[in-house]
Design a protein around this ligand. Sequence first.
Ligand SMILES: [Zn+2]
Ligand SMILES: [Zn+2]
Length: 335
Amino acid sequence: MTDASNTLSRRTLLAGLAAAPALTTTGPATAQISTPNSAAEQAQAALKEAKATRLVLLGTGAGPVPGRTRRMTSHVMLSNGAAYVLDCGLGVTDQFARTGIPFAALRSIFITHHHADHNIEYGPLLIVGWIQGMRPDIRAFGPPPLKQMTEDFIRAYRQTVDFWAEDFKMKPLHAVDVTEVPTAGPVMQDDNVKVSAILVEHPPVKPALAYRFDFGDRSIAFSGDTAPFEAVATLAKGADVLVHEAMYVPAVEDYLRAQIAKGRPVKLEDYMAHMKADHTPVEDVGRIAQEAGVKTLVLSHLTPAIDTLTDDTWRAPAAKYFKGEIVVGKDLMVV
Ligand SMILES: [Zn+2]
Ligand SMILES: [Zn+2]
């Protein structure tokens, strides 16, 4: 082969590779990677019919643990055709694509705190999103040092970005508009939504944020990762939906006892004290949701994220206190 034909065939291959995923962003084409009636198809159908603002749970498992049924934490809200992503655990890009929402619809990304199960795929979402037609004026919000992290990540992938930019005559992704959120207060407002945040209790992570999104037709609040914290009830006051992290203590203790039996050098009491200082038992989640007076409580960021716990096991402790609708989060569920 001559150099010219080498270049040509490489370009053709790259173009083919690029075109294939780009096609899927138009929506129904994603069905080809799904089995009939899959969670992805159900989500796509629900979003297609939806007139109002919708929330899709992209990942509902707690902790940076790969290979589970539940992906790490991420969500997307869709309102008037504009998409807002909250948290970027591993799997966010794939799960976003599976909803059929085009990458061009993505307006803003929000990060609650800098634990890996909430931010590890933030950079890859930006790069893959850019290749797939994301708007150049995409904005990102989150605790410091999000600005530095974004710049460092884009710098690390500069050559990768420039290869694609040259090949496909795309404007390279060399910067993203980042706003750091160091304290409680208003975060942003655009033509669809007003976003505010508070600081929550998730030691030693500081700041760790909870967010509230007030869309024209719907309000959705997120606890982020936190120990039981009354301010979350205040933030979520009167919201339609509260997505709250939830821990089922008996299952965490069972898991730990099994680990200790295998020789893990940890004391049950010490470990549980640490868990309770950082996360919210599901009973307390019910109490906080009742205090907030929300219509729907979504249990997510489930600890432990194991498949053997039934929905009723999760729901019952929260239902002792909360009298509204309780949804046990599952990946790609549309709320
Ligand atoms: Zn977490
Ligand atoms: Zn965390």
